[in-house]
Design a protein. Structure first.
Length: 657
């Protein structure tokens, strides 16, 4: 689609010469100052933190008699798919997305719309390929699969890699809304970081999974309400959709047909659909935070319902953010906040827009910023809960020994508190990473990609052994950190939108800003290019795909060198027959699909697995017997209180001499 090119001699390059459209009012580019929060805005912000903490404390009190570990980590495996689906949506569509998507549309082009198609592929793969394996195995930690498929060492290595990924991501998520609040209100940046981090850590530690699920459900509603408020108000301020779209054309933002096969192109149709597929399926398909939510449902069908609920939710948040970005670009078309030093970072653009167009409606800015922090709270609580489950199941129980439910619950709560504090410390690192959206997705590609490759190696390639798994994981991690580190220095080509400062009120700026504006400057080039290096200029959206390919390739080569596994010796429950699941291969004749199963008989492989409720009852009955025996053995004639667990309730036994 053709777009209007900037005129090097046009009025865009001359500050102070009016250029349509012109917006009259007490906006920042007319007054030279940013609006501030009112008392009601602060009240709304505090109310969201209070409500979130209250939900956690309520479930801590409500379930105080339920001492089983499953009740704390997995909500008793009896959750309705609706709160599970909302929690899945909230966990990774956080403040990163709320801030980053409009900023992406402001800085670059509309080709980003294509990522919605990638979301569809992600949900399909997660719901029908990856998650069914974990659910049918009834795991608490997704890394239990790796021990069954490979070895305990592979499980431990993957678990620790996940912990590293999540604490870095949580630091990003906590920093993003705190930066937003600081930009629009002057509220101390680290005061916001500490207050939000502490509230989230406390309600997650005391309330467990059920508190996280219901708090996430409340918070995703807050996110949507905040987004809708700014979109509606932005539309009434800027004008009709056609007005905003014409502005997007004038500033070179409208572009849907970039089908470039060059992997260094930051965003193309292929990278946004297929590159983003690998990035996001690593989140929804194998990430512990999502798997742990999925196994709280009562049946696999309910899990799949919860996952498919996410597709319209993901698209709704995505396209609301894109539309807000287009209105925001139209509003600041002729007075760019970055050039005028109103904001120092693209992540602050949306909060500034909020204060400009919502500042005259008391309470609405607070509502929006509350939505931002709701996104942060949901992601951090999910991360802390999943990290505590992984450390308990994969490290403590695996190497220290089995512990009873009461002690395990206390350990989980302490772990959540410890990693909450670590997350606060790492937030300082996040403050130096630039664009939060790109930084977050790059992180998922660099660390989540190798983990996805490891699970894919185990599920789809029955020949892989533990040596191949180790080599694939660490080889792909080294490769991705090499590429990611180089990309921090060598920037890939980026197609940027045109920015003007012709409608800025020159008399409203201080001398330093005015000098910068009036100094000779060049029209922005279509591409920001750096010294060529094909490896380092790889688009961040391809990180996960490259990591998966590297992990599988290295893993298979090493497996065949060290002695591959024979398919008939592999538990069929651990292998996914892609030819029977993936469209359109599932419609091929049986004579074609049979050899694609590599000699593995998948028929009836879960028939011997008892029903979900019966299995849970069996485990609890066994635990009851063990605890009764331990209590009797430990008493040794001394007065001691024992504890019996029945159906999630506790009954204090009478002391005995």
């Amino acid at each position: 689609m053709s777009t209007q090119q900037p005129d090097p001699e046009g009025s865009c390059k001359i500050p102070g010469i009016p250029r349509e459209p012109v917006f009259h009012g007490d906006y920042s580019f007319n007054t030279g100052t940013l609006k501030q929060f009112t008392a009601l805005d602060y009240v709304l912000f505090a109310a969201v933190l209070t409500i979130s903490a209250s939900i956690g404390l309520f479930y801590a009190w409500h379930d105080r008699r339920k001492k089983a570990l499953d009740d704390y980590l997995l909500a008793g495996r009896s959750m309705n798919p609706i709160p599970v689906g909302l929690s899945l949506l909230a966990s990774f569509m956080s403040a990163i997305t709320l801030l980053g998507t409009p900023a992406e549309m402001y800085n670059f082009t509309t080709v980003y719309f294509w990522i919605g198609l990638g979301y569809f592929l992600v949900i399909a793969a997660a719901a029908h390929i990856y998650i069914p394996v974990f659910y049918k195995l009834q795991v608490t930690s997704s890394y239990e699969y790796l021990e069954k498929r490979f070895s305990k060492g592979v499980r431990t290595a993957a678990s620790l890699t996940f912990v590293l990924q999540m604490i870095l991501y949580m630091a990003l998520v906590l920093y993003a809304p705190s930066l937003a609040l600081n930009a629009v209100t002057g509220f101390p940046l680290w005061g916001a970081v500490i207050s939000v981090g502490l509230v989230c850590t406390i309600y997650t530690a005391v309330g467990g999974m059920k508190a996280v699920l219901w708090t996430d459900s409340f918070q995703v509603m807050m996110m949507l309400v905040g987004y809708l408020a700014i979109l509606i108000r932005g539309a009434t301020t800027v004008g009709s959709w056609s007005t905003a779209w014409e502005s997007a054309h004038r500033t070179n933002r409208v572009k849907f047909d970039d089908f470039s096969l060059d992997p260094s192109v930051r965003h193309s149709v292929w990278s946004l659909v297929f590159g983003a597929y690998f990035t996001w399926v690593a989140i929804f398909g194998v990430n512990q935070a999502q798997v742990q939510r999925c196994v709280t449902c009562r049946s696999l069908k309910e899990v799949q319902i919860a996952l498919w609920m996410n597709f319209p939710g993901l698209c709704l948040i995505l396209y609301l953010g894109c539309f807000i970005g287009i209105y925001m670009a139209a509003f600041y078309e002729n007075c760019d906040p970055l050039k005028t030093n109103f904001v120092s970072d693209s992540n602050q653009l949306l909060p500034m827009f909020v204060m400009d167009v919502l500042g005259d409606v008391i309470g609405l800015p607070g509502l929006f910023v509350s939505g931002l922090f709701s996104g942060a709270l949901s992601t951090i609580s999910s991360g802390l809960n999943s990290i505590s489950a992984v450390i308990l199941e994969d490290i403590v129980k695996n190497y220290v020994g089995n512990v009873n439910d009461k002690r395990a619950r206390i350990i989980s709560q302490v772990l959540a508190l410890i990693f909450g504090v670590i997350c606060l410390g790492l937030t300082y690192v996040a403050s130096n990473l630039g664009s939060v959206l790109q930084a977050a997705l790059s992180l998922f590609g660099m660390i989540g990609g190798p983990l996805l490759g490891l699970f894919s190696l185990g599920m789809f390639f029955p020949w892989a052994n533990s040596w191949g798994a180790f080599s694939g994981l660490f080889g792909s991690l080294v490769l991705m950190f090499w590429i990611g580190g180089g990309a921090a220095v060598v920037k890939p080509p980026q197609e940027k939108a045109m920015r003007c400062i012709s409608n800025c009120n020159m008399t409203a700026f201080d001398n330093q800003t005015l000098s910068a504006l009036l100094a000779p400057w060049k029209v922005p080039k279509e591409f920001d290019s750096s010294p060529p290096n094909e490896l380092y200029t790889l688009s961040y959206l391809w990180y996960s795909a490259v990591a998966v390919g590297a992990c599988i390739t290295i893993g298979l080569i090493v497996s065949f060198i060290t002695g591959y596994k024979k398919p008939r010796d592999v538990d069929p429950r651990l292998i996914v027959p892609l030819c029977d699941v993936v469209f359109p291969f599932c419609f091929l004749p049986e004579k074609i699909r049979k050899p694609l199963r590599f000699g593995i008989d998948h028929e009836g492989k879960f028939n011997e697995q008892i029903s979900h409720d019966t299995q849970i009852k069996k485990f609890r009955d066994a635990d009851d017997t063990e605890r009764h025996t331990n209590n009797k053995m430990e008493s040794n004639g001394h007065e001691r209180n024992g504890t019996e667990y029945r159906d999630g309730d506790t009954i204090e036994l009478e002391p005995r001499a």
